[in-house]
Write a protein that binds this ligand. Sequence first.
Ligand code: FNR
Length: 417
Amino acid sequence: QNEIYTAGVHRRKPRVPTDFAELERRAKRAMSSRAWAYIAGGAGEGRTMTANRAALDRWAIVPRVLRDVSQRNLEIELFGRRIPAPVLFAPVGAGSLAAPEADALVGRAAAELGVPYIFSNQAGVPMESVAAEMDRVDAGAPRWFQLYWSTDDDLVDSLLARAEAIRADAVVVTLDTTMLGWRPQDLNLGSLPFARGEGIAQYTSDRRFGDIVSERLRAASDERPEISLGAVATLMSITRNAPGRFLSNLRSPRPRASVQTFLDIYSRPSLDWDDLAGLRDRTSLPIVLKGVLHPDDARRAVDAGVDGIIVSNHGGRQIDGAISTIDALDTIAPVVDGRIKVLIDSGIYTGSDVLKALALGADAACIGRPHMYGVALAGADGARDVVADIIAQLDLTLGLAGHTDVADLDRDVLRRL
Ligand code: FNR
C-alpha cells in the first residue's frame, strides 16, 4: 500500500485498478466474450452473486479511536503454517481462458505473497508444473489442492497421491458442484469451456485417467475395429506426457474421448457423508470441505472430523437465489465455535469485505474472480497486485477501525444495518 501511494506521488499509475468495479470493467475489455461469460458469469439470473455483495453492505464497520494502531498484525496460522495475511487464492478452473498458463502465473503470484494457492482440479496446467513454478519463487510456498470427487475411486487416490507428492498443505473437497450449475452466459454462447479441452490438465497428466480412457477406447474398439489399439497407445502417451499437444490435437476423435471421459467421471453426484468418512483413510492431508452453507452441515463436518470448511456458494455460479455466504457464515461460525477452521469466499473483493468476514467468525477469505481479472490484465504481476491491494486495504482498514490484530476482530466491530 505504501508502494501504491508513493507511486501516486510520482504520478505513476498502478498496474491494475485499485477498486473492484474498475478492475472488472478493464478485465471485461481485455477478455474474449467466451472467457468473460465463463469467468464473470453466475447461475441463473445472477441473484446469488448480487446477494453476496448486498449482504456485505448490510454490515457496517464501527471504528474505535485513540488506540495505538501504529503496529498491526495480519498474520494467521493455518494447519501448522504461519500465513502472512488471512487471504488465499481460490481454486479457479479453465483459467487458460483468462491467460495462457494462467495457473502457473497465479502460482507465482501467490508464492511471491506467501499466501496459499488452492490448485483447481480443473486447472489448465498440471499441479506438478504449478508447484515447480512456485518453488522457483520460494521453495515450499504454501499450496493446497482442490478435489472434485470423481466417480472413479482410483482416480481420487491418484490425485490425492499427487497432491501429497507436491507437498500440498491441505486438500479441499468441493461439494457444491455435484453437477454444473445453470449458467446462461455460457449456455447462450453455446460454450461449455471443458468441451474444448480447457481445464482438464490435472486429468490428462494423470496415469489412472490415461488408463480409464484407454480401457474405454479398447472396449469401443471391440465394437468398432477402426479404433485400433495403436491409436489407444498414441492417445495414452499424448495425454500423459504432453497435455499441450493433447489440446492442439483436440479436433481428433481420440482426444475427444478424453474430454468425454472427463465429463463422465469428474464428479460423483451420489457422494454422501458415508463416502466422506473413507477419505480420512485415503490421505494424511488436512481435509477442508468447500461449499458448506447450512449450520447443520457445518456441525456434521465437525463431527466427521474434518479440519476445516469453506463457506462458499461457488461465487454464485451454482444455485440462483442461494443464501449469501456472509449470511451463512453468521449462522455457521457460532456452531463451529472455533473447533475447526472456517474460511469463506464468494464476493469478497476488498479489504473491508475481508475484515467483515473475520469479524463474523471466519479465519480467512479466499479470493476468486479478482485474481483472474488481475492475471488477464497483467499476468503474474497483475494477479499478485490485485491480492496485495486487498491485503493492503485490510491492513489500513484494521488500523483505521482501531484494531491491531486480525485475531482480535469479533462481532463488536460491526453493526447490523
Ligand atoms: C471457480 N470456482 C471453483 N471452485 C472449485 O472448487 N473448483 C474449481 O475448479 C472452480 N472453478 C472456478 C472457475 C471460475 C472461473 C470461477 C469464477 C470460480 C469457485 C471459486 O473457487 C470460488 O468459490 C469463487 O470464485 C469465489 O467467489 P468470487 O471471489 O469469484 O466471487
